[in-house]
Design a protein around this ligand. Structure first.
Ligand SMILES: [Zn+2]
Length: 280
């Protein structure tokens, strides 16, 4: 089977590249919430649906598809010699659960007027951190679970808090006791570390490169500061139940340039991770 036929069978339409040997390798899940690592050649540029992607000196780049991404996306890669490769990516739709969360303190469902200043501060801090996109290629590592335990919430669920509809759940929840260490799922640079966020409580943003950012919420303790470089497995802090939470758990989100991706798709099944930890 030729490489081109294989690509077609994968649902990728490969437009004729100017040079047959122009390298373009895409690894990841072509689905809503999916995350993809691309490898082109040094000096290449890449554009996804009109948005210029960051491409490092080695030709490595990242992109992803939001929960509500449409059926297709167009990726265009231009090589240093002027040749181009174009792919029309079919993005598989997914079904989302409905999750009802009861017993949420009402101040986190309908915040009182006196909370507005803290919410505004939280939003400003998050927006400033999201504008930064760090160098680095931690996003291309094999991610590990930042904490292990029963999964108590999955990505994409339509959420109701005390019966009231709120935005979907953009992350995966891992139930674990307060104080359980949270480690870096891949290398990165801390772009936000605050104990003071209204909904998120203790919050850390860890940019794995090109803006691919792990978001850790509800932390009881934070052991890192903004600007700090961490390796995979380094401790970021500890699990807690701060902010809008009904019990201690880690909320792990994955953000990339305006899109929320599904972090659970990047790591092995939880049972394997727990077994590898010796059952804990
Ligand atoms: Zn959550």
């Amino acid at each position: 089977m030729t490489a081109r036929l294989a690509a077609l069978l994968l649902g990728l339409v490969l437009a004729a590249p100017a040079f047959a040997d122009a390298p373009l390798d895409l690894k990841g899940r072509m689905e809503q919430g999916g995350f993809v690592v691309g490898q082109a050649a040094p000096g290449a540029r890449a554009v996804l649906d009109g948005m210029a992607l960051d491409v490092d000196e080695a030709g490595l780049f990242a992109f992803g598809f939001d929960r509500d991404q449409g059926a297709t996306a167009k990726l265009t890669v231009t090589y240093a010699d002027g040749g181009t490769a174009e792919r029309l990516i079919e993005v598989a739709p997914r079904d989302w659960q409905i999750q009802r969360v009861e017993g949420v303190p009402q101040q986190y469902v309908s915040p009182p007027p006196e909370a507005m200043a803290q919410i505004a501060r939280s939003t400003a801090l998050k927006n400033a951190a999201r504008e930064k996109r760090m160098a680095g290629s931690g996003f291309a590592e094999d991610f590990i679970w930042p904490a292990t335990g029963p999964i108590s919430g999955v990505f994409g669920s339509q959420r109701y808090y005390n019966g009231e509809p709120r935005r979907p759940h953009y992350g995966v929840d891992v139930a674990a006791p307060t104080g359980t260490p949270i480690v870096a799922p891949a290398a990165g640079i801390v772009t936000l570390a605050s104990q003071e966020m209204y909904f998120e409580g203790g919050l850390v943003f860890l940019d794995h490169g090109q803006g691919v950012t792990s978001v850790m919420m509800h932390m009881s303790r934070i052991d890192v500061t903004a600007g700090q470089q961490v390796a995979q497995g380094d401790v970021l802090g500890a699990v807690g139940g701060t902010g809008r939470a009904t019990g201690p758990h880690l909320h792990w989100g994955l953000y990339w340039r305006g899109a929320w991706l599904d972090p659970q798709r990047l790591v092995p099944p939880m049972e394997e991770a727990i077994a590898a930890n010796g059952g804990n």
